[in-house]
Design a protein around this ligand. Structure first.
Ligand code: MN
Length: 262
């Protein structure tokens, strides 16, 4: 296993994402991250062989077996990506907000059913199933539970990268017909919405006043931050402008009183 591709795609002095580090042991956790990059998608990751095996799923996982979700396999991620939530600055690989949409544990299932049902399998079997392009597993999470399969689609078109898989829910007690992924719109870690995560990240970056030497990439959000401060000033100015009529009335009353006095 290698995190070379993960490392090559990122500038760690700019992105808050975790460093590429291989773990010796795997704890069979899984994570689903909602990622508002150029295109909104969900990243499905299984902890295995000291890394997170990763797939970008445009429509996200489903609990409905009728939904065969396209899942593009991407580079392995470090295990510490498991609880990464925040904003990857614009101009960086995968720039955009990341939410931890689901976490839990997974276990490999047997490659073949035993008496008609899939039973827990071994890590070795999982590695072999992954290599073969037909990985069966069981999830234990907060929002996703039950048996799933990841099936590699054989590259037929020339020019196909060969990284296309299907993520499919198997029939069991956890099926939800017509599953709507948008029925869950908050982080399982922090309970925040995408907007709240994005807002927090931007204000955190703004208040930490990064050095000016961070260059071009940072310029966009810096401009945004300045624009927001300007907007606040304008609002404040508008509010004081609203006060003016009252003051004028008061002034006029005072003027009248003075006239009476005369
Ligand atoms: Mn992603």
């Amino acid at each position: 296993m290698s995190l070379d591709e993960y490392k090559r795609k990122r500038r760690f002095e700019e992105t808050p994402e975790p460093a590429p580090k291989l773990e010796k042991k795997s704890q069979h956790r899984f994570v689903v991250q909602r990622h508002a990059a150029t295109r909104l998608h969900y990243d499905f990751r299984l902890e295995m062989e000291g890394v997170l095996k990763s797939w970008a799923v445009p429509k996200g996982p489903s609990l409905d077996p009728a939904d065969k979700r396209l899942a593009m396999q991407v580079e392995d991620h470090p295990v510490s990506y498991y609880d990464f939530e925040g904003t990857i600055p614009e101009g960086n690989y995968g720039g955009g907000t990341v939410m931890v949409w689901e976490t839990g544990t997974w276990e490999p299932l047997s490659p073949e059913p035993v008496d008609g049902v899939y039973v827990p399998g071994t890590e070795k079997e999982a590695v072999a199933m992954l290599a073969k392009g037909d990985l069966k597993f069981r999830l234990k999470g907060k929002r996703l539970n039950g048996d799933f399969a990841l099936i590699h689609i054989k590259a037929r078109r020339s020019g196909s990268k060969g990284n296309e898989w299907l993520l499919i829910k198997k029939k069991d007690d956890y099926v939800v017909a017509g599953f709507d992924i948008d029925s869950y719109d908050t982080s399982v870690l922090t309970n925040r919405t995408m907007a709240q995560i994005a807002g927090d990240a931007k204000s955190a970056e703004w208040t930490s006043s990064p050095p000016a030497s961070r260059g071009k990439v940072k310029a966009t959000w810096l401009t945004d931050a300045i624009a927001r401060v300007d907007l606040k000033r304008k609002k404040a100015a508008a509010e004081s402008a609203n006060e003016t009529p009252k003051k004028k009335v008061k002034a006029r009353r005072l003027a009248k009183t003075e006239t009476k006095k005369e």
